[in-house]
Design a protein around this ligand. Structure first.
Ligand SMILES: [Zn+2]
Ligand SMILES: [Zn+2]
Length: 153
């Protein structure tokens, strides 16, 4: 097989993704001996993952911001405006559940396949509680990772 980019050269390796032949020069341009196209699409997929992370945080956080603000307005009607700091706090708490959930997903050794509704409720309840607790600590790291990955070219 010859190099995809240099038809006159022999391929020393094939791209692990698509199997294109690559010469020694082309094989070492990108990490894991990926060809140009596969490297590009890997970067794209990685970017999209980070965008999804941020979208989830913003949507959930916005929900917490809005509902939390409304709730405390109902509770303390003598304070017509809910302070910005508590709205931020509600937003952060609900948004971080998103990251807590995906964090737990990563370490969860099994996938739930049972159809029993009671087990489902128990599973989601437990996972939800764990997500809330771990999310509070983990959200800043995920946020930093997501934003940094998007700013990087
Ligand atoms: Zn490839
Ligand atoms: Zn080449």
């Amino acid at each position: 097989m010859n190099c995809y980019n240099h038809p006159e050269r022999n391929a020393v390796i094939t791209c692990p993704q698509c199997g294109k032949g690559l010469c020694s020069e082309c094989a070492n341009i990108y990490s894991n001996h990926l060809c140009h196209e596969c490297y590009k699409s890997a970067i794209k997929a990685h970017k999209w993952q980070n965008i999804q992370g941020l979208i989830g945080f913003v949507i959930l956080g916005g929900l917490g911001w809005y509902c939390g603000g409304k709730m405390s307005y109902e509770l303390f009607q003598d304070h017509p405006t809910v302070p910005l700091t508590s709205k931020l706090l509600y937003g952060y708490l609900t948004g971080s559940v998103w990251y807590g959930w995906s964090f737990i997903d990563k370490f969860q050794p099994f996938r739930l396949t049972s159809a029993n509704i009671f087990i489902w409720l128990l599973y989601f309840g437990l996972k939800g509680i764990l997500s809330i607790y771990s999310g509070v600590f983990i959200a800043p790291f995920y946020l930093y990772k997501n934003i940094r990955a998007l700013l990087k070219k």
